[in-house]
Design a protein around this ligand. Structure first.
Ligand code: IVC
Ligand code: ATP
Ligand code: AKG
Ligand code: FE2
Ligand code: MG
Length: 339
């Protein structure tokens, strides 16, 4: 293992509980573009904002790698509440407006009684009070603010219930950059919080990340050519080489990873008999602005999302991508500005 990867592994076990007791460094003299000590060298911090939440070590880790794991951030009680609500949604006891309940493509056309055993993911739960509590947890927002600043919007919500793989390898999530899905910028003021709802490792399909890739640009995405099929909208980067130096994030229940929307990541097969659960929210500063993705590599996902939305809402006219996102987004801290 080379030193850089060893460093990554070390940091993955650092966090919330094991933070050094020395106070974090606040307002480093070279910490941002507004620094009065303007000089020719680039700013030391681009991806994190000045605050007293992250230790200097954590801050440098995110800057270098594009992700940061905080151990034991979300309580067992909260996770149990999310499990209960997910179960109620799967059994159709509640049907919050806007929610998308998705099956794995391998069983999409089969007839099953509604239960958590046939749902691989719910997304857009912004109108479900119980699940949306996740996006408003103060312990999560405290970290989110380090990346977005004080005006925070929850833009995209998911609870992923990765099913046991049927043998077709459809339970994988191809390597991708989340920014591919987002028509807003700047990317550095967007962050994903992803919380393990149980022990997650390579056996049940943990997150796989390519450290440092957040420093690159948005790559073209499309459906990987997988024999067993690919789930709807699960685009992957087109030039993924399996030998890239991957890091598998082994996480315990309640551990939360914060990651940059350009970080290349995915997840492997679930080789166990159980379901692998994680809950996540993508946050953005409400200072971000919408962009047009016409004529860019994001046009393919725009077309798919528009098509699905038009079908779901039964519209007979076109719909603007930014209106779909305006409809989903919710202010969770500070004020709503552009988004
Ligand atoms: C950063 C973040 C955004 C990254 C990501 O989240 S990546 C993944 C994003 N994915 C999505 O947003 C997809 C969301 N899913 C959906 O919108 C829905 O689940 C749909 C795939 C449209 C299915 O809608 P649903 O209302 O369940 O409708 P039906 O059961 O009647 O199925 C309609 C047609 O869709 C097919 N289908 C259902 N599930 C999947 C699947 N997993 N993969 C591929 N195709 C699927 C289904 O077979 C049916 O096809 P036809 O009978 O029309 O040929
Ligand atoms: N052609 C591809 N394009 C994009 N992503 C891919 C491609 N092939 C594999 N991946 C992704 O690479 C990541 C790591 O895959 P990995 O091989 O670790 O998973 P696995 O095969 O399920 O598990 P393991 O290697 O532990 O057996 C997963 O997110 C997987 O979806
Ligand atoms: O939980 C997973 O498997 C990863 C999901 C993910 O990266 C995504 O939906 O964007
Ligand atoms: Fe993702
Ligand atoms: Mg493999």
């Amino acid at each position: 293992m080379d030193l850089k990867r060893a460093g990554v592994r070390m940091q993955v076990v650092l966090g919330h509980l094991s933070r050094p007791s020395v106070p974090a460094i606040v307002a480093h003299p070279l910490s941002g573009p507004a620094s009065s000590l303007a000089c020719s060298s680039p700013p030391q911090f681009q991806y994190t904002l000045d605050n007293d939440v992250l230790s200097l070590e954590q801050r440098k880790f995110y800057e270098e790698n594009g992700f940061l794991v905080i151990k034991n951030l979300v309580s067992d009680d909260d996770i149990q509440r999310f499990r209960n609500e997910f179960d109620r949604i799967c059994r159709k006891e509640v049907n919050p407006p806007g929610i998308v309940v998705m099956r794995d493509v391998a069983i999409a056309k089969m007839d099953y009684a509604p239960s958590e055993k046939v749902v691989m993911k719910v997304q857009d739960f912004q109108e479900d009070e119980e699940l949306f509590r996740y996006c408003t947890l103060p312990e999560v927002l405290k970290y989110v603010e380090c990346f977005t600043g004080p005006n925070i919007m929850a833009m995209h919500t998911m609870l992923i219930n990765k099913p046991s793989d049927t043998g077709k390898k459809t339970s994988r999530h191809p390597m991708h950059q989340d920014l591919h899905y987002f028509p807003f910028r700047p990317s550095d003021r967007i962050v994903c919080a992803w919380t393990a709802m149980e022990h997650i490792d390579r056996k049940n399909g943990c997150l796989v990340v390519l450290p440092g890739t957040h420093k690159g640009t948005l790559k073209p995405h499309g459906y990987p050519k997988w024999e067993g099929g690919v789930n709807k909208m699960y685009h992957g980067i087109q030039d993924y080489k399996p030998d890239s130096s991957r890091v598998h994030l082994v996480m315990e229940k309640g551990d939360t990873v914060f990651f940059h929307p350009l970080l290349i990541h995915g997840s492997g097969r679930n080789k166990t008999q159980g379901f692998r659960k994680a809950i996540s929210c993508h946050y953005a500063s409400s200072d971000c602005h919408y962009i047009s993705v016409d004529g860019t590599s994001q046009e393919n996902i725009q077309d798919e999302l528009k098509e699905i939305t038009i079908r779901r809402l039964g519209l007979d006219c076109n719909i603007e991508l930014k209106d779909i996102w305006r409809f989903r987004g919710r202010t969770v801290k500070g004020e709503r500005i552009n988004l």
